[in-house]
Write a protein that binds this ligand. Structure first.
Ligand code: SF4
Length: 374
């Protein structure tokens, strides 16, 4: 069989997406095994082939049992990442790296690598959709609208691209959060499939506890994530303790009220044993009063949830035309003190990558073409 034949044979059915080229990032071990068997090859090669792919190796290590030549050719033919048309890479003064990754259909998606304060670690931020339909008023992604869901393989390739970035910087990618473009709960099947591959010891090897899925409060999605049994971490973007302010900032707040969302987060916490983190972006004169801090305390009372207070990252006027401003340092500190005084665990998060539009709420698929491969 000449090199490349298998690409053609596998590129039409089974576990892998058919775009003319079979893509290992879209394959499960079981699905790939079935495909190999159907082509007269051993199914047991699937796990090894995928392990090599996730490790970024072009073939078996010297001294390891050989793989059929056609599979080695196949491995080498995999795209190195998502460096399609329009791919770009920007580096912040604080060391954060934003990758603008090109997809096969010409669309672009962003992923972010954030260096940890620990000198050899990094955290990654993954996107689940191109654009977003949620319309959050302080978020640049909202202004793109939803273009489409990402496939599990496109999410996996973001992870692999970030891991390569981390390695090049002498760091290990230790955690990933689904806080990039999109609402993960509205593309949950693909997000779960990607997490299974990213976390699995035999593939991405990150571990389940190193993955966090973030939502603006899609209650059925929170319950579905709990039912999935993956045991990953959950972050909920609350941004206001009262439904009126919340709905102004997050339109889906009209459908799922703050109390209902917190109840779902509580169920998740009980089911998984993992403390849920509550994200709260402080906006001057909108949600940063001490009265609202008190309401937040009441809402979270009796629950073991952590509150992450985020600083607003400038994104220009929102869809409503409102131009938001970050809370003052004094107001942010007073808000946090009020939470802590009443027994909540709260942290003020330092924004990363603001100067390259890589911080929370700033991803919008903009950027100059890459000068080299990603
Ligand atoms: S904050 Fe998240 S859910 Fe809201 S519009 Fe932006 S990407 Fe979508």
């Amino acid at each position: 069989m000449p090199p490349g034949t298998l690409l053609f044979l596998l590129g039409g059915a089974g576990c892998c997406v058919d775009r003319g080229v079979t893509d290992l990032s879209e394959c499960t071990v079981e699905g790939l095994g079935r495909e190999l068997e159907a082509r007269g090859l051993k199914a047991s090669h699937a796990a090894r082939l995928l392990r090599l792919y996730y490790a970024g190796k072009p073939g078996p290590d010297p001294g390891d049992p050989p793989l059929p030549g056609v599979l080695v050719d196949w491995l080498r033919a995999q795209a190195s990442g998502l460096a399609g048309p329009g791919a770009a890479r920007r580096v912040s003064a604080d060391g954060t790296v934003k990758l603008l990754l090109g997809l096969a259909d010409g669309r672009r998606v962003e992923s972010v690598l954030m260096p940890d304060f620990h000198p050899d670690r990094a955290a990654g931020c993954l996107s689940s959709q191109v654009g977003c339909a949620m319309g959050c008023d302080f978020c640049a992604t909202a202004r793109m609208g939803l273009e489409r869901n990402l496939t599990a393989g496109e999410i996996v390739r973001q992870f692999l691209a970030l891991r390569r970035e981390a390695r090049a910087a002498g760091r290990t990618l230790r955690t990933v959060v689904f806080m990039g473009m999109g609402e993960p709960m509205l593309n949950l099947d693909q997000v779960l499939a990607a997490i299974q591959r990213i976390a699995d010891n035999g593939l991405g090897g990150l571990g389940w506890g190193q993955v966090t899925v973030s939502t603006v409060g899609i209650v059925p999605g929170i319950d579905a994530l709990a039912r999935s049994g993956l045991g990953v971490n959950l972050a909920v973007s609350l941004h206001a303790p009262d439904d009126q302010t919340r709905a102004r900032l997050i339109p889906v707040g009209k459908r799922f009220g703050a109390a209902e969302v917190v109840d779902a987060a509580g169920r998740y916490q009980e089911h998984t044993g993992r403390p849920v983190s509550i994200q709260y972006c402080l906006l001057r004169g909108v949600n940063d009063s001490l009265d609202q801090a008190g309401q937040l305390v009441q809402l979270l009372s009796g629950r073991r949830m952590h509150v992450n207070l985020l600083s607003y990252n400038p994104t220009g006027a929102g869809l409503s035309g409102t131009a938001y401003e970050a809370s003052s340092d004094v107001a942010a500190a007073a808000f946090m003190e009020r939470l802590k005084t009443d027994g909540l665990v709260a942290h003020l998060r330092i924004p990363r990558g603001r100067d390259i539009e890589a911080a929370c709420g700033q991803l919008a698929g903009r950027g100059a073409p890459a000068s080299g491969p990603i």
